[in-house]
Design a protein around this ligand. Structure first.
Ligand code: C2O
Length: 511
């Protein structure tokens, strides 16, 4: 057992922040839901000047995950990697890399991101665009005035580097490549995958991807750019800029070092290149071997069909809204735009006092049958509420998430707390409940915690509800989460003592 991690409220970064919470994204938190972190789901925020110790045990996981603030848009700058190494004596399923390097993508606003979302929610309009993307906190040479603020990776020839990539950007999936170097993908969301070579990696907010980079055998007289730019599918405008870092071959002898070496830049797919995105996504497969089996649930106890997408909410009286048709932008799951309660759902569930906090009536089936990927209907209003799905302990769940084209089709990276799921199927158009399941991959589907619902399509995932507690599920594009594209699963206790959620820690913040 390994016990660690205390985070402090960094008052200097968010001078106005009076409260914060932290999430360990992708850490399963088996029976430690009190340490998961999303505000008003598993805990109330930590007030300024107070502290809360997140106490949890890593059970059966290894790989690259990350931590971030989980309230409003504070994760804009409050994030970092969590690297869980294999147990001593256990090897990687690939040759040991010479070096391991975290590569964290971020999104930078020349403004307080909290103010950006506050203004968007008040006016009902879309938020202002970010001003740059970053690699390890630095925008890089392709932006004005930032050529010195560039992440540099110094490498030696003929070595293998393990890049531990994390997309912490608020609102954009990113394509990433390194000029003149190919990458071998070996892990996604902290789970090994069958290795494959690619020039371009697609990584959505919330996802992590490990890839091996092999440097050239001889010292080339050049430096190379590694660069990331967005993959975005919706009708809105995007910050379509490119962040870059530099891969610099160390010279054995400084006197022969090349001065002002030319920078070779990679070619990246264009903004809406869905075939490049799908080409990457569909190559991800679990290792599914004797040492690393894929325990895909073969039998399903409960099937769910969720629609995910945009919509609108009426403008409050005596108010001017600048969203669609004078209303406010909203986003929903099964037409419910989820409202955060004023007390944590996990606390209410644990004490058996759900009244006034949440209701267990999350709609099972939307207005089916319906052409989800057809034209935008006249009425784009969605409902609201704090509605949850209650799952008996150990339920084997199949969840189909159908993207809608209400107010424009768009892809959504859906993230589930408390579990990894297997991505058993994916397709374009409307999900067909009879034909599509026969094509599921139940042998070696990728296992992860964040999966893309493709633009104009659907994704099917399976997981076993073996973790008692309350588990948030949401689009990891922060603007969609803020608009209500989020919901929660309540997983009840099992009958054995080892299947029950322990009581909350004494220092859990009060609401
Ligand atoms: Cu990465 Cu709900 O979080």
């Amino acid at each position: 057992m390994h016990r660690f991690v205390v985070f402090h409220l960094p008052i200097n970064e968010f001078a106005n922040a009076r409260r914060v919470v932290w999430n360990r994204h992708g850490v399963r938190q088996l029976r430690s839901g009190w340490a998961d972190g999303p505000a008003y789901i598993t805990q109330c925020p930590i007030p300024r000047g107070h502290s809360y110790v997140y106490n949890f045990t890593i059970t059966g996981q290894r790989g690259t995950l990350w931590w971030h603030a989980h309230i409003s848009w504070m994760r804009a700058t409050l994030y970092g990697p969590i690297v869980i190494l294999p147990k001593p004596g256990v090897r990687y399923p690939f040759a040991k890399p010479y070096k391991e390097v975290p590569i964290i993508f971020g999104e930078w606003f020349n403004a307080d991101p909290e103010a950006v979302i506050r203004q968007a929610l008040r006016t009902g309009a879309g938020p202002n665009l970010s001003d740059a993307y970053t690699i390890n906190g630095r925008p890089g040479p392709l932006y004005n005035c930032s050529s010195k603020d560039t992440f540099k990776l110094k490498v030696k020839p003929g070595k293998t580097y393990l890049l531990r990539m994390i997309n912490a950007a608020l609102n954009d999936a990113l394509f990433f490549s390194v000029a003149n170097h190919s990458l071998t993908v070996v892990e996604a969301d902290g789970v090994y995958v069958k290795p494959f070579d690619t020039n371009t990696v697609l990584i959505t907010p919330g996802q992590t991807t490990n890839a091996l980079l092999r440097t050239m055998d001889h010292l080339p007289n050049a430096t190379f750019l590694m660069a990331a730019k967005p993959y975005a599918t919706g009708p809105a405008t995007f910050d379509n800029t490119t962040t870059a870092g530099i891969l610099e071959y160390e010279s054995p002898n400084t006197s022969t070092a090349v001065r002002n070496p030319p920078l070779l830049g990679p070619t990246l797919p264009s903004l809406k290149n869905t075939s490049a995105a799908m080409n990457f996504i569909t190559r991800l497969r679990s290792l599914a071997n004797a040492q690393f089996p894929a325990n895909v649930p073969q039998i399903v106890d409960k099937r769910f069909f969720f629609t995910v997408g945009l919509g609108s909410r009426p403008c409050p009286k005596n108010h001017t809204c600048r969203g669609p048709k004078g209303a406010k932008f909203a986003a929903s799951v099964n037409n419910v735009s989820f409202t955060l309660p004023s007390m944590a759902i996990l606390q209410a569930h644990f004490s058996g006092q759900s009244h006034g906090v949440y209701t267990p009536d999350f709609p099972r089936n939307p207005n089916s049958p319906f052409d989800y990927t057809g034209a935008t209907p006249n009425n784009t209003f969605v409902g609201g509420g704090t509605k949850v799905v209650v799952l008996p302990f150990n339920t084997s769940v199949e969840l189909v998430m159908q993207g809608t084209s209400v107010l424009g089709a768009e892809s959504h990276p859906l993230h589930l707390h408390g579990f990894n799921f297997f991505v058993v199927g994916r397709g374009f158009g409307n999900f067909h409940p009879r034909k599509d399941p026969s094509k599921y991959n139940l042998v070696d589907p990728v296992e992860r915690n964040t999966a893309t619902v493709p633009v104009g399509g659907w994704v099917a995932v399976r997981f076993r509800a073996d973790n008692p507690g309350v588990w948030f599920m949401h689009c990891h594009l922060e603007v969609h989460t803020s608009w209500g594209l989020r919901m929660a699963w309540v997983v009840t206790d099992g009958s054995l003592p080892s299947q029950k959620l322990p009581p909350p820690p004494a220092d859990l913040p009060k609401c």
